[in-house]
Write a protein that binds this ligand. Structure first.
Ligand SMILES: Nc1ncnc2c1ncn2[C@@H]1O[C@H](COP(=O)(O)OP(=O)(O)OP(=O)(O)O)[C@@H](O)[C@H]1O
Ligand SMILES: [Mn+2]
Length: 271
């Protein structure tokens, strides 16, 4: 089995950091003080192992590339790793225990913006996360079993309101409700049957439903084949400092746009 251990040896040779994704305490303990030259970074939804260097995952990210990108971009942001570093990531690709080691070369060029999408948007990180969760849940369940689409424009709400017009009466006109409240999630799902966009403030207040977005689409570059919901959702993030989270009725995917670009694409079913 020498060749097999060599293979693993090559993967972890001369790394500048070891990233443990959602490790158990006993797993973490085995590595944290094993090699003082190799800093250990924990990437997980919660810091259950009390790691000193820790990047919080806002979502589980079933897609391993997304999970690793988030961890590495977060670590770059916190100054834990830098351009040119090699890191070894220990992750679980299939459900359950850690089953893989992936070597990653850190570079500015690999930045996809996935960390910034959550951590450095106009809206609070928790608001971005809550909206993602609503969109993912809506994508999983649909409306009474039927696929449904939805467009959430989050942050910079004043400007977004100026670049849009109402399609119908605004059911949130006089209410002060926020994403994340269980009742609001029910309302958002109910209203998603109807046309237009939801506008949400930096702090998560639902400002309006049924908004027809009228941004300039100039210079917006999104994947071909996406329709008007995605184009308007993307374009408003170039015209304003908002972030858009879009659930597609036709392919069931949740996509996030910022600065006029698609940053992230998630399959609610986890495929
Ligand atoms: N400018 C806009 N502002 C707000 N909502 C819009 C806008 N354009 C389209 N929509 C909404 O998107 C819905 C679907 O439009 P369309 O099929 O062109 O988008 P799409 O990007 O293909 O999305 P899907 O993948 O869900 O079909 C429309 O019925 C409407 O509710
Ligand atoms: Mn369509």
């Amino acid at each position: 089995m020498a060749a097999l251990s060599d293979l693993l040896g090559d993967l972890v040779e001369n790394v500048d950091g070891l990233f443990l994704f959602s490790p158990s305490s006993s797993f973490y303990e085995r590595f944290v003080e094993a090699d003082p030259d190799v800093p250990v970074v924990v990437v997980a939804p919660e810091n259950v192992v009390d790691a000193e260097t820790y990047v919080q995952l806002p979502l589980e990210f079933d897609n391993v590339r997304d999970r690793i990108r988030f961890g590495v971009e977060g670590a770059m942001e916190h100054g834990l790793v830098e351009d040119g570093d090699a890191v070894a990531c220990s992750v679980s690709v299939f459900d359950g225990d850690i089953d893989s080691v992936i070597r990653v070369r850190v570079s500015e060029g690999m930045r996809s913006g996935i960390f910034d999408l959550f951590a450095n948007s106009r809206a609070d990180p928790s608001v971005i996360r809550d909206v993602f969760e609503v969109a993912i849940e809506l994508g999983k369940k649909g409306q009474k079993g039927k696929p449904v689409g939805a467009l959430f424009v989050v942050g910079d709400a004043g400007k977004v309101m100026n670049k849009s017009r109402p399609l119908s009466y605004n059911p949130f006109e006089k209410s002060h409700v926020h994403v994340g409240d269980p009742i609001v999630n029910v309302m958002l799902k109910e209203f998603s049957r109807l046309d237009g966009a939801f506008v949400i403030s930096d702090s998560g207040k639902i400002v309006s439903a049924y908004r027809y977005l009228e941004p300039s689409a100039e210079g917006v570059d999104i994947p071909k084949g996406l329709g008007a919901r995605h184009m308007s959702g993307a374009a408003i993030t170039r015209d304003t400092n908002a972030t858009s989270i879009v659930l597609s009725e036709s392919d069931g995917l949740v996509r996030a746009f910022k600065g006029g670009k698609m940053i992230l694409e998630i399959d609610p079913e986890g495929h």
